[in-house]
Design a protein around this ligand. Structure first.
Ligand code: EPU
Length: 419
């Protein structure tokens, strides 16, 4: 297993570029299953989760050609209905095959994802919605087995705005008979990007980006070309990297609107942010200040930036409060930050972070994708050397992170495991 070694204390200066969004590219690639015709997807980040999604689609019978950031998919001959456990257990987003397979082929068999480091993450809302559209669903032998001759449009009110649940139901509704109205759905920008792609393929969707989406089913979709939106979580991670090291960093190629109150919180911490065309410039001349942050569904503060925010709070003046409301188990980075000297106490969903003047480098272990990014940020600010092990978590969702940070002045290096 590779490791990342960081020598802390070097400010980041220069320009760092944001890539395509993992969490938009995943449903967009899954949406290739909805019909034949060539789908050309650009700015697909080359990260492990996307490689896993391509593997799953190939297994189902999709012809997938990858060349750099371009993925070309052709799904005329989808032969299999099964997403097997071996793949699903390595990537929960495989559940995104359920809606498209069911609505296209009338049957789908997708392994239940099982446990996850950040919380229990059930998929009951995906299944409830599909059942309301007429699917017969059985969960047996660890698999979700869904059948429907043709799904029927329905009114569906979600109990919670689940992101991939919303995406599954939108994709299923595209080929259903009649009109589906989805209420209290997730409003994450990645859903807007998926809807933009589906619309290019001939789907009829109204209200993307709002909490009510109306879809009029059509009999088939055709091919289309699409460029994936910029990754707002990668952008937020870079903004925080600039803030924690105190240099002069410009994060280019991001949509600042998508960062919403992340930028507000960073400013509250005493960081100077200047919007520039196509990005944001980050400078800091005084110590970071404590803030209160609560993770919420979009447009609230994203849970995917919570661990990174905790790294900043660890070295901010004063006491910060961080409340995680989306995933009950997403504090596994706390004991690792303790190893670097951080003063953090957790109580249920709350973390009380007493800022200290400086963290100290230490060997730490990544537990999930975003926790790894939090530890890298902590390492950038710490005195001495930090080694982050289990970076395969990081590789699931960040493209060449150490290269990108290295190019703006971070002393960061990947140590490859000798086989
Ligand atoms: N939930 C249910 N029932 C369901 C679905 C969700 O109770 O049927 C609960 C979950 O247990 C959780 C909450 O609802 O407590 C939110 O889960 P959601 O379904 O919205 O999350 P997800 O769709 O599984 C996506 C992202 C995650 C991101 C979350 C929240 C993708 C592929 N994944 O997951 O991204 O954290 O939304 O914004 O889009 C990451 O990139 O590191 C990552 C984990």
């Amino acid at each position: 297993m590779d490791q990342i070694t960081i020598i802390g204390g070097f400010p980041l200066n220069g320009v760092v570029e944001v890539g395509g969004a993992k969490n938009a590219a995943l449903p967009i690639l899954a949406a290739s299953l909805l019909g034949g015709g060539e789908c050309i997807i650009d700015r697909v980040p080359q990260v492990r989760d996307l490689i896993t999604m391509a593997k799953l689609l190939e297994l189902l019978g999709v012809n997938v050609q990858t060349e750099g950031g371009r993925v070309v998919l052709e799904a005329s001959n989808v032969q299999s209905i099964e997403a097997p456990y071996d793949l699903v257990k390595t990537m929960r987003a495989s559940i995104l095959a359920l809606g498209p397979l069911l609505t296209r082929l009338g049957e789908a068999k997708v392994s239940l994802p099982g446990g996850c480091a950040i919380g229990s993450r059930p998929v009951n809302l995906h299944l409830k919605g599909l059942a309301m559209m007429g699917a017969e669903i059985q969960v047996e032998h660890g698999y979700i087995h869904a059948k429907a001759r043709r799904l029927k449009g329905a009114r569906i009110d979600l109990d919670f705005p689940t992101v991939t649940g919303t995406e599954n139901l939108i994709m299923a509704a595209c080929l259903a008979e009649g009109t589906t109205s989805l209420h209290h759905v997730a409003r994450e920008p990645e859903i807007g990007d998926l809807c933009a792609f589906l619309t290019k393929r001939g789907a009829k969707i109204l209200g993307a980006g709002t909490d009510t989406i109306i879809i009029e089913g059509v009999s088939e979709l055709h091919g289309a070309q699409h460029e994936v939106m910029p990754d707002r979580v990668e952008a937020g991670t870079f903004v925080m990297a600039g803030a924690i090291t105190g240099g002069d960093l410009t994060v280019k190629g991001c949509i600042t609107d998508h960062l919403g109150n992340v930028l507000t919180k960073i400013q509250e911490m005493g960081v100077e942010l200047t919007e520039c065309p196509d990005g944001v410039r980050i400078r800091r001349s005084a110590p970071l200040q404590a803030v209160e942050v609560k993770t919420l569904p979009y447009p609230g503060f994203p849970t995917d930036l919570q661990a990174q925010m905790m790294a900043l709070m660890s070295v901010a003046e004063g006491t910060s409060i961080l409340t995680e409301t989306i995933f009950e188990g997403r504090f596994l980075h706390v004991p690792e930050l303790h190893r670097m000297g951080a003063s953090i106490e957790t109580d249920g969903p709350h973390a009380v972070v007493k800022g200290i003047p400086s963290l100290t480098g230490a060997p730490v272990m990544a537990s999930d994708l975003r926790a790894s990014a939090g530890l890298v940020l902590a390492g950038l600010a710490a005195e001495g050397e930090t080694t982050v092990s289990r970076v395969y978590h990081l590789d699931r969702g960040y493209e060449r992170l150490e290269e990108k940070l290295g190019a703006v002045g971070a002393k960061v290096q990947r140590v490859r495991e000798v086989q």
